[in-house]
Write a protein that binds this ligand. Structure first.
Ligand SMILES: Nc1ncnc2c1ncn2[C@@H]1O[C@H](COP(=O)(O)OP(=O)(O)OP(=O)(O)O)[C@@H](O)[C@H]1O
Length: 788
């Protein structure tokens, strides 16, 4: 104890003066208080160090994200700590990022920070819950100590790398891709961009240009497989709970059996209490297990929807190119599948494999009773098969009528304005009602039969129990069974036959779900999006059209016949001809929205069918005859709804299409929200916004189908300037028109007559030839004074 005295006391003692116990006690308390104060100070410093280190680690995370181009740039400097997968590992610092809580990381890394003091200087720790002012002062102090970290530290190197990235774009976490495409978030930069650096978008076909960024491979079969695997795995877990639930179900018959045959005969209250406690536990456990399996099934349904929703919509969007949009209904099929996964019918099917064990249990009680159950089960199976036969066709019919009604509903919602304006509501409702009536009629027929068979199966089950009780009583009278055994056998038989009855009742759902699954599988597996194409350099815009023949499916009408022509990069062509000549069809074929019956359309020598669809789409522009905008802002529409599109690209497209001035005059400018019907834009304004959309992303080839059909003279002048800009940018432009005004803006003209090329060549030559033949630009014969 004496050794522990403070130096002041020891000094007193050395002078030989007497020290009172009160003095010693007081001195001890003082020392204790000093020690506590010093300890607290030390703790604050440690906390401070932790904060400093956490901030530093976060900064390093951000830099690594930027350098790897993998994580979201917006994470800087904090980052999303909730997602471990998104956080790379810092091996050198000995700190694993991601799911590990930050304070632990700081503690692990503390020894390292001692050898790297400059890191502290970069950050100011946030004051915590202690003395905020003091901490702020403490935090400020190291910043003064050193402003520039030691260059040899790894953190410094990474920080420098980050600042380099920042310098290039002026935006933290952004890098420039493809030279002039503007800043793009690093998270969207694909690591395997094919070695493209710089070069701009100015084209570079024939292997010399910028390669298109490779998108993630689309593999719908894999998505389907993932969805099915999720179902299978979850069903296996559900099956374990189903077995447990069904075993526990036996508790009730066993309880009844024990009460009647043991408790009532022995008159033992203790046995009764014991049995009751056990049974109550079993029943609660069974309820819990049953709840768990239902919850797992519900989550399975959600997972299936999450796995397959986007692939189905993508595949449907692609498949609808060649149909009337029927494929979109496949999303409804997914809904059907989800409903089935949470239905009682599926639970009945899951219970079915356990039914034979229940039958065996009844057999063990008495073979006669077991035979009755087997006979009933066979009878119920026959009823099931008959039910399937009797209802399958009607349910199928009901479904196809329902699909038609849904399609009509969709078209009604798209054409609601015209329906109202022309007072067509009764007609529209009548057409929908016809399909709906057909569906309901078939459903009633199928459901009538289904209900009849379900009632029959219920009757069979009840009669089975009656006969079991009757025959069991008879056996009991002959001393072969006890009363408890008979009741227990009857309850177990009910459990054995329950799943079969459930399957019969839900048979309709089974048929519909099976058909839905078939349609989903067919759509996903046959989607052309499954076939990944080689990513090519950005095209230059050379177009070759070779012997196009188009005979629409199901018709004998030849819409295009032997159409051939070629355009060089930067050429501008006007396709003229009378109404119905096939101009729009040709335009659609040039952008790949319909495929020719035979012949080829080649962009930079590659057949359109062999271009990667996404890459092709990003390199062309299309303004259809019937302009439709998406619900969203003007800027989103110009940017083709791409979230990552830069403002610079949107502005560039608007300038190129010469629509910036028009948009600037709108009350909300580029932020003007366009509704599904295009309001508040006028027809001409819609057409001009769609023109900017066509020019978005610096395309190499643009097809404009009657771009001036809704334009006033100012709009036409702007369109002429847009065509001039496109020519300056060496964009290949094909303009379909019936108006002579646009012809002055093109180099070449193609006259289409009845689906064949009547004239093709330089503008002046074609116009001269037209004049010589006494024809107008629609290819019709005119009086001489009307020409040119
Ligand atoms: N899928 C199709 N099924 C049947 N006929 C079709 C199909 N597509 C186009 N046609 C027919 O081909 C002809 C050419 O149509 P297209 O729309 O290409 O003409 P167009 O020259 O653009 O006419 P307009 O100048 O009036 O727009 C029309 O008679 C049209 O009915």
């Amino acid at each position: 104890m004496t050794d522990n005295r403070a130096p002041s006391l020891q000094a007193f003692a050395s002078d030989g003066e007497e020290i009172s116990p009160a003095d010693i006690e007081m001195e001890r308390r003082r020392q204790k208080l000093d020690a506590e104060a010093a300890g607290q100070q030390l703790l604050r410093e440690i906390d401070n160090q932790e904060d400093v280190l956490n901030q530093t680690v976060k900064k390093i995370d951000g830099v690594i994200c930027v350098l790897r181009g993998g994580a979201a740039a917006s994470d800087l400097p904090g980052g999303d700590r909730a997602n471990p997968a998104a956080s790379p590992t810092i091996g050198e610092a000995g700190t694993a990022q991601g799911a590990a809580p930050r304070p632990e990381i700081a503690r692990q890394a503390r020894p390292a920070t001692k050898s790297v003091p400059p890191i502290d200087a970069e950050v100011r720790p946030e004051p915590r819950h202690h003395d905020r002012h003091q901490l702020a002062r403490e935090a400020h102090a190291p910043a003064k100590r050193s402003d520039k970290p030691a260059p040899e530290t790894r953190a410094e190197v990474k920080a420098e790398a980050k600042s380099e990235v920042k310098d290039k774009t002026g935006v933290p976490g952004m890098v420039v891709i493809d030279g002039d495409r503007g800043p793009v978030k690093t998270e969207h930069r694909s690591p395997d961009k094919g070695g493209s650096d710089g070069g701009g978008n100015g084209g570079g076909g024939n292997g010399g240009g910028v390669f298109h960024k490779r998108l993630g491979p689309v593999d719908f079969s894999a998505s389907l497989k993932a969805g099915i695997t999720a179902i299978k795995q979850n069903l296996m877990i559900v099956m374990i709970f189903t077995i447990a639930t069904n075993v526990l179900v036996l508790a009730i018959p066993i309880y009844l059996f024990q009460i009647s045959d043991r408790v009532l005969t022995s008159r033992s209250v203790d046995t009764l209490v014991m049995l009751t406690v056990l049974i109550v536990g079993a029943v609660i456990l069974q309820a819990v297990f049953d709840g768990i399996r239902r919850m797992i099934l519900m989550r399975t349904a959600v997972e299936v929807a999450a796995q397959l929703g986007a692939p189905i919509l993508s595949a449907a969007a692609r498949a609808s190119l060649h149909s009337n949009g029927r494929e979109y209904q496949t999303l409804g099929d997914l809904q059907q599948l989800r409903s089935f996964l949470v239905s009682g019918t599926l639970l009945s099917f899951l219970d079915a494999p356990i039914a034979p064990f229940f039958v065996a249990a009844v057999f063990l009680i008495h073979p006669h009773l077991g035979s009755i159950v087997i006979g009933s089960a066979l009878l119920l199976l026959i009823v099931t098969l008959l039910n399937q036969r009797a209802t399958a066709a009607s349910f199928g019919e009901a479904n196809s009528f329902q699909t038609k009604a849904n399609l009509h509903l969709d078209s009604m919602s798209r054409n609601s304005q015209i329906i109202n304006a022309l007072a067509m509501i009764p007609e529209a409702v009548r057409i929908w009602g016809k399909d709906m009536a057909g569906s309901l009629k078939s459903q009633v027929l199928a459901q009538d039969r289904n209900i009849a068979f379900a009632s029959l199966s219920k009757a069979v089950r009840l009669l089975t129990q009656v006969s079991m009780l009757g025959w069991g009583a008879n056996l009991a009278l002959h001393g072969e069974l006890t009363g408890g055994m008979v009741i227990a056998a009857s309850i177990i038989a009910g459990r054995a036959l329950g799943p079969i009855e459930g399957a019969i009742e839900g048979w309709n759902q089974v048929i519909q779900s099976r058909a839905a699954y078939g349609r989903i599988t067919a759509l996903l597996q046959n989607s052309p999006l499954n076939f990944e194409r080689l990513k090519l350099p950005q095209p230059e815009g050379r177009l070759d059209v070779e012997r196009l023949l188009f005979v629409p499916q199901g018709t004998k009408r030849v819409v295009l016949n032997g159409v051939s022509f070629s355009l060089n990069p930067g050429d501008s062509l006007a396709v003229i001809g009378s109404s119905g000549a096939g101009k729009t069809t040709l335009g659609k074929m040039l952008v790949g929205s319909i495929l020719p019956t035979s012949g080829n359309v080649r962009l930079d020598l590659m057949d359109l069918r062999n271009w990667d669809q996404r890459q092709f789409g990003e390199n062309i522009g299309y303004l259809p005859q019937d302009v439709q905008l998406f619900p969203g802002t003007i800027k989103a529409n110009i940017a083709r709804m791409q979230e990552e599109a830069s403002d610079a690209d949107i502005y560039a497209a608007a300038k190129l299409a010469d629509v910036h001035d028009m948009i600037a005059l709108l009350p909300h400018g580029y932020e003007t929200f366009v509704a599904a019907d295009g309001s508040p834009l006028s027809g001409g304004q819609k057409q001009r916004v769609a023109l900017a959309r066509a020019f978005f992303g610096n395309p190499r080839m643009v097809v404009l189908d009657e771009p001036n059909s809704n334009l006033d003279s100012a709009g036409e002048a702007a369109l002429t300037r847009a065509l001039q800009h496109a020519r300056e940018q060496k964009i290949t432009v094909i303009t379909i028109t019936q108006r002579p005004a646009l012809l002055s803006s093109v180099d070449k003209v193609l006259l289409l007559v009845n689906g064949t090329v009547a004239l093709f060549g330089m503008r002046q030559d074609v116009l001269k030839a037209l004049s010589a033949r006494g024809m107008n630009i629609e290819g019709n014969t005119l009086a001489q004074n009307q020409l040119m």
